[in-house]
Design a protein around this ligand. Structure first.
Ligand SMILES: [Zn+2]
Length: 261
C-alpha cells in the first residue's frame, strides 16, 4: 500500500462519477443481466463507461422450450448479449472465445474449464491492461457453476498480480437471507421436488460478507428489458411472486474483495 497518508479513497461503487471505467467479467451471455444487470445499469446511468467481457458464447446453455436455435445457440446468445448490454447502457462488449464448459462432465477441448487457470488469468490480465478499469465486477460463483467459479478465480489472480493502485474488485452476490425466501417459495410452489432436499444454510452468500447493497429500483425497467432480450433462456426470476421478484431485481448485493488479504 503506497497511498498518501490521510488520503481517503473514494468509494467508487457508491460514488460513481462520469468517466469512471467499469469492467464486468462474466462466463456466459445472460450472466451480465441475470447476475448483475442492475449494478451495470446503475453505474452506466451515473456516467461510468461499462465494458462487459464474456468468456464464452454460452453454447452449452439450455434453450427455453420451443426455442429453435438453427444457426447455433452460441450465435443466438451472442446477439442476445449485445442487445441486453445495449439496454443496460453498456459501452462495449468483448467475447474471449472460450467454449461453455457446461455444468459437469469432463470439460471438452476449447472450453473455459479445459484451459489451464494460468492461461485464463493471462487473458483476463491483458483485458485489464487494455481497459484500465477503476472497478471490476465478477459473479461470486456461489451458484456452483464451474465457469462462473473459473472467471472469478482468474480475475482474482489477474488483479492480485497488479501493483497498487489496483482496481476495486467486487463480487456480485445473492445473500443467503434472500435465497432462503426463494427456497421457501419454491417449496410451496413445487412440493415433492428437489427443492426440498436443498440445505438452506448453503444457499447464496453469507449476509455478513456483503459490503454494498445498491438500491437499483430506478433501473428496474432497464433490467427487465435486458432480461427479456435473453429470450432463448429461462430466467431464474420466472414464476416468482411479485414481491420476491422485486426483492431480487430492485437491489444488488456486492462484496468488495480485499486483494491484499
Ligand atoms: Zn452463467
Amino acid at each position: 500500500m503506497n497511498r498518501t497518508p490521510g488520503a481517503v479513497r473514494r468509494d467508487q461503487i457508491l460514488d460513481v462519477r462520469a468517466g469512471d471505467r467499469w469492467l464486468v467479467a462474466v462466463a456466459h451471455p445472460d450472466d451480465e443481466t441475470f447476475g448483475c444487470g442492475s449494478t451495470i445499469a446503475r453505474a452506466a446511468g451515473l456516467g461510468a463507461r461499462v465494458v462487459v467481457v464474456c468468456a464464452t458464447r454460452g453454447e452449452a446453455g439450455e434453450p427455453r422450450p420451443g426455442v429453435s436455435a438453427d444457426g447455433g445457440l452460441g450465435a443466438m446468445r451472442e446477439q442476445e448479449l449485445h442487445r441486453a448490454a445495449a439496454r443496460l447502457g453498456v459501452a462495449d462488449v468483448e467475447l474471449l472465445g472460450y467454449r461453455d464448459s457446461g455444468f459437469d462432465g469432463p470439460p471438452a477441448a476449447g472450453t473455459l474449464c479445459a484451459a489451464p487457470l494460468h492461461d485464463v488469468t493471462e487473458v483476463f490480465a491483458r483485458v485489464v491492461d487494455r481497459r484500465r478499469p477503476d472497478v471490476v465486477v465478477v459473479l461470486d460463483g456461489s451458484d456452483g457453476h464451474r465457469d462462473h467459479l473459473r472467471v472469478r478465480e482468474a480475475v482474482h489472480a489477474a488483479l492480485s498480480e497488479l501493483s497498487e493502485p489496483r482496481p476495486v474488485l467486487a463480487e456480485q452476490c445473492l445473500p443467503n437471507s434472500l435465497m432462503r425466501r426463494w427456497l421457501a417459495e419454491m417449496r410451496l410452489l413445487r412440493p415433492g421436488t428437489v427443492y426440498h432436499s436443498l440445505d438452506p444454510t448453503t444457499l447464496g452468500r453469507d449476509d455478513a460478507d456483503i459490503t454494498h447493497v445498491l438500491d437499483a429500483s430506478a433501473v428496474l425497467e432497464q433490467r427487465e428489458a435486458a432480461i427479456a432480450e435473453h429470450s432463448s433462456q429461462a430466467s431464474p426470476f420466472d414464476g416468482l411472486s411479485e414481491d420476491l421478484r422485486r426483492a431480487f431485481l430492485s437491489s444488488d448485493h456486492l462484496a468488495v474483495v480485499d486483494l491484499c488479504a
